[in-house]
Write a protein that binds this ligand. Structure first.
Ligand code: EPU
Length: 304
């Protein structure tokens, strides 16, 4: 969506927002596909109420972009602008066992930063790509750990009310790759409480998770992590693998030979290639196992 007008430029300048017109979204996502739109990079989250009120008054639809690591965006012009919190000054502040983390901070770097303060617990999350905000929204998890289990509070811009609030953990529900946050809530920061543990122990656990991940996931290829959620009591990757679909290709998109629930962009894929591949695999799993796989990857455009 194009909003490049003198008024938009002035508004952005007044609020310290960096206006990035006609951005190719392939450059903003780990999957490396997608169309274009205007991106507004927000340097100071405190301007969100004013920025969003202005977008609303102009009738401009918006969405929030985090690290772009769990996202499949359709080709063409996205019908919304994107707001992204700048990671330039994002940090984690440690006080005892509590850590306040900016949502724009990189999740992996935050895990190692906490480890340096002898705070563990989150090592399972070490290889999960993306921002802390994205991890909070999805309740990201790996190797038996989900970010939600450590969260004490989340500071969030509530899209509907247009205001910034801090929610204590009992007002948020964290489920498997799902939370109670609304689609237009923007994560700003969170506070986590972590168990104390010697740095060397945490480092050893981090190393082990990294090795497991390297052995089982295609880390050197463009992907959005797992495409489907695991169905209750089952494994999407195992089912897809059992159907012999590893290496199945639509255009430039393939089912990874290393992990069947990872679809990779190997040959300059388009978003359409991924939609076709997702459709093929979902249909085959439905036919063979009677299971309707639910997307884990977030889809924008293409009717969503
Ligand atoms: N398996 C196969 N073939 C495959 C892939 C997996 O047979 O191609 C088997 C494995 O041998 C294992 C079982 O399926 O017995 C489960 O596989 P794995 O341990 O790799 O875990 P997963 O359930 O496929 C989940 C998360 C991952 C997370 C890993 C590690 C989901 C959808 N995926 O994968 O998260 O990294 O556990 O904890 O919950 C993501 O969310 O994007 C993601 C990658």
């Amino acid at each position: 969506m194009r909003i490049e007008t003198p008024r938009a430029s002035q508004m952005c300048a007044d609020l310290g927002v960096v206006f990035r017109p006609r951005e190719p979204l392939a450059d903003w996502t780990s999957l490396g596909v997608g169309g274009t739109t205007d991106v507004l990079v927000v340097e100071d989250a405190r301007c969100l109420p004013e920025l969003v009120a202005w977008l609303r008054s102009e009738g401009i639809p918006w969405r929030t972009l985090g690290g772009g690591t769990n996202l499949l965006i359709a080709e063409g012009e996205l019908p919304t602008v994107l707001l992204q919190l700048s990671s330039r000054k994002a940090s984690a502040t440690v006080a005892g066992r509590r850590v306040r983390i900016d949502a724009a901070a990189d999740l992996g770097r935050t895990v190692t930063e906490c480890a340096r303060h002898n705070l563990g617990g989150m090592e399972g999350l070490i290889g999960v790509p993306g921002s802390v905000g994205g991890a909070l929204r999805m309740n990201a998890g790996a190797y038996g750990t989900q970010i939600g289990q450590f969260v004490q509070s989340v500071t969030v811009f509530r899209g509907r009310a247009g205001e910034i609030v801090t929610l204590p953990r009992d007002q948020i529900s964290f489920d498997y790759r799902h939370t109670s946050f609304a689609a237009n809530d923007i994560m700003i920061a969170c506070e986590v409480e972590l168990p104390e543990q010697p740095y060397e122990e945490i480092r050893a656990a981090i190393r082990m998770c990294n090795e497991k991940r390297r052995a089982s996931q295609p880390l050197n290829e463009k992907s959005a992590g797992c495409i489907f959620k695991n169905p209750p009591g089952g494994s999407a990757g195992k089912m897809i693998d059992e159907l012999g679909l590893k290496g199945h290709r639509r255009g430039g998109a393939l089912v990874s030979e290393r992990h069947a629930n990872f679809f990779v962009n190997r040959f300059q894929a388009t978003a359409g290639d991924f939609f076709a591949l997702i459709g093929d695999v979902r249909e085959r799993v439905q036919q063979a196992f009677g299971v309707e796989l639910e997307n884990e990857v977030i889809i924008w455009g293409n009717g969503k």
